[in-house]
Structures are given as C-alpha cells and as structure tokens.
Design a protein around this ligand. Structure first.
Ligand code: PNS
Length: 160
C-alpha cells in the first residue's frame, strides 16, 4: 500500500494541479492532497475555502484524500508514514526551487522520496498567482481552473 502526499498552497487549485493529482492517483494506492495552512507566502484564499474548492473537484478520485497541515512537510509526511512526496514540474524555472526542496526534505527525512510529475503541456504556464491576477482583471480563466474555482473567483471578485 503506497501512500503519497501532494503538498502545496493550492491558492486556488488549478487544472494543472488536478492533472498532477490525477496522474499521482493512478500511480499510488492512496494520495493525500495536503494544503499548507501557515505558508510564508501570503495566501489570498482562506484555508477553509481552499479545502472546500479541492473537495468540490476531486470527488471523482476515490483514492484521494484531502487534508491540511502546518509546519514542516517532512513532519507531516512522517506523521502520515508517507514515503512519497509528489510535486508538479512545469518549466525549467521550477527546477531549482523544487530540487532545493526535494534535497532538503530528503536530508531531513531520508526515507522520503520526491516524485516529480509533469502536467499536460497546455497547463505548463498555469500558476495560482497568474490565475488570480488575470481573473481579478476580468480575464477569462475558465479553461484553466475547475468550474467551482472559476465560480468562486467570480464571486470574490464581485465582493471586492
Ligand atoms: O504550492 P507551493 O506553495 O509551491 O507549495 C510549497 C510547499 C507548501 C510544498 C512548501 O512551501 C513547503 O513544504 N512548506 C512547508 C514548510 C517546509 O517544510 N519548508 C521546508 C521545505 S524544504
């Protein structure tokens, strides 16, 4: 029974994240998508809403669970007894940061292996921050995020 964790901010989840999650769910018996609550990055979407949005678009993957955590990812992985950490790789620009994290995590917890998965090329440029920037300036991101996320972004934009 191989358990993988897929940690991130998911502020909000995009179709790129979902693509990575779907690939991971085919490779591993169980996958926990783990949302960091105390990110050093300032998140725009409250944790409860980020979790709710993930719940709303992952129900078709029966071996995927949703959780939140705070503190170090390696401590969360140890707590769950997970030996695999999933990260998505988009472009070469992700590589340096991702390699640094993977090697630091493996130094802190040598049993933990980071597995990088790529997305479909059509999502290569998609990030949560670019999605929010475009959506809040009335750009159409409907093809790049799940429908519930699109509706949520429209709603919070109206409330601003
Ligand atoms: O989606 P993101 O924001 O790129 O995810 C980054 C995340 C949450 C995986 C990373 O910041 C993280 O692991 N944070 C938890 C604190 C931690 O373990 N820091 C050391 C990483 S080597």
């Amino acid at each position: 029974m191989t358990l993988a964790i897929y940690p991130g901010s998911f502020d909000p989840i995009t179709k790129g994240h979902l693509d990575v999650l779907q690939r991971a769910s085919k490779l591993f018996d169980r996958v926990i998508i783990a949302v960091l609550t105390n990110s050093t990055k300032k998140c725009s979407i409250p944790i409860e809403a980020r979790l709710e949005l993930i719940k709303g678009c992952c129900s078709h993957m029966p071996n995927v669970e949703i959780d939140s955590f705070e503190g170090l990812t390696v401590d969360y992985a140890k707590h769950k007894n997970a030996k695999v950490l999933i990260r998505g790789l988009r472009a070469i620009t992700d590589f340096e940061y991702e390699m640094q994290m993977a090697q630091m995590n493996n130094t802190l917890y040598p049993d933990l292996e980071t597995v990088f998965l790529t997305t479909k090329p059509k999502y290569n440029f998609v990030s949560s921050s670019i999605i929010k920037e475009v959506a809040f300036m009335d750009g159409d991101v409907s093809k790049l995020v799940p429908e519930n996320v699109y509706n949520y972004l429209l709603k919070i934009k109206k409330e601003k």
